[in-house]
Design a protein around this ligand. Structure first.
Ligand code: SF4
Length: 379
């Protein structure tokens, strides 16, 4: 985990935001496999100058990357052809991924499988409603946290995603659905706090370059020991103000049950996690959301709700209930509707703000990582 906190080259970028850091920018672009997606307007201007062109060429590339959604540098026809050719020869790329599969459910939820340069597969989901288009993005390929209810956790971690691979997911959904995404949730494959530098730089890009307000962005985590205090510190450094929503995947009202569902919770006791959430609220002023997947006969009883209410009492929080989406690898079941209602009513009676999030795209392998696993099995 230490490596994930320290190694991302974009950390250097946040430390070097002066006008004259062309060499640094150039080095960063190289480290990111020469991908330009994820760089800001001023960074692209500096990079263009470093490449022997005028700064406005960088601004042109910026417009084509984020407004037009161009996929290849060679297609940016506003640039002089010889320069385009020389950039391609030097190995520079936009950094867009290849769509390999698209599924659309009856409620118009769209799942995309995107292929990376090293042949890995990323799963991303677009969830349209009348007023919103939410993109559920992945932050890693696979996941090391091993949550029992999750298809992604079954295969372990391959690697963390780069900034351009996260931004591409939002652009790919925009292209596929033909609408501007309004919300982004880091709830796809992976544990965002184990790829925090890339996640925070992606939020900066989504906010500044794609116009998605920080308040419409959510980072969802099962919790990683010693990372929440650092998240506040790093978020303030990267984003100036911390406005995004932090959602903790709690899924159980006590340590014993939580550990049985989330093996990684053994190293991060629930009381420590909640203490860190209180500190997070105090230092950012942002209310923490708690995600709770209701699994039939496991954590969906009224006494679980009562225990959860007393656990969260006094904490400035909100609980999101989600009914479990079955996966092939586990015998867990979806709870009956009556249990969901009773659970919700109990929390309300105890004064805990709560909402129920209905599953979307249930007919298209809606559980996280399911479609990717099936794709891997067939290829
Ligand atoms: S639920 Fe999230 S953290 Fe847990 S294994 Fe799945 S992707 Fe990883």
């Amino acid at each position: 985990m230490g490596d994930d906190w320290l190694c991302c080259s974009y950390y250097l970028r946040s430390q070097n935001r002066t006008r004259n850091n062309c060499l640094v920018i150039n080095a960063l672009v190289s480290e990111e496999a020469n991908c330009l997606l994820g760089l800001s307007a001023s960074e692209l201007e500096e990079w263009a100058e470093e490449q022997g062109e005028q700064a406005f060429r960088g601004r042109q590339i910026y417009n084509w990357l984020y407004q037009k959604g161009v996929k290849n540098l060679g297609d940016i026809t506003v640039l002089p052809k010889p320069w385009r050719m020389s950039l391609l020869e030097k190995g520079f790329e936009v950094g867009r991924l290849k769509e390999v599969k698209r599924l659309v459910s009856s409620d118009e939820t769209m799942k995309l499988l995107l292929s990376t340069f090293d042949g890995e597969i990323i799963e991303t989901v677009g969830i349209p409603t009348l007023k919103r288009l939410t993109v559920c993005v992945s932050s890693q390929i696979g996941c090391s946290m091993g949550c029992r209810f999750c298809a992604t956790g079954k295969g372990g971690l391959q690697r963390s995603l780069k900034v351009h691979e996260i931004i591409d997911q939002v652009l790919s959904v925009r292209d596929a659905i033909g609408r501007r995404p309004s919300n982004v949730v880091f709830m796809g494959m992976g544990e965002p706090l184990l790829n925090i530098e890339a996640v925070l730089n992606s939020i900066r890009c989504l906010n500044n370059d794609l116009g998605i307000g920080q308040r419409r962005i959510t980072i969802s985590t099962v919790g990683v020991a010693n990372t929440l205090p650092r998240l506040t510190e790093l978020a303030k450094a990267h984003l100036e103000s911390v406005q995004f929503t932090l959602a903790i995947s709690l899924h159980a009202p006590n340590q014993k049950l939580r550990e049985s569902l989330i093996p990684s919770a053994k190293t991060y006791p629930i009381n420590e996690l909640l203490k860190d959430c209180s500190h997070y609220f105090l230092s950012t002023g942002r209310r923490v959301s708690f995600e709770y997947i209701l699994i039939g006969k496991i954590n969906d009883q009224v006494y679980h709700a009562e225990e959860l209410a007393s656990l969260l009492k006094g904490l400035n929080s909100h609980v999101n209930l989600i009914a479990y989406n079955p996966i092939d690898e586990e015998e867990f079941t979806r709870p009956p509707k009556a249990n969901i209602l009773a659970f919700q009513e109990t929390l309300e009676r105890c004064g805990i703000p709560v909402s129920f999030r209905s599953s979307r795209g249930l007919d298209q392998n809606a559980a996280c990582g399911q479609l990717r696993n099936q794709h891997a099995a067939l290829n």
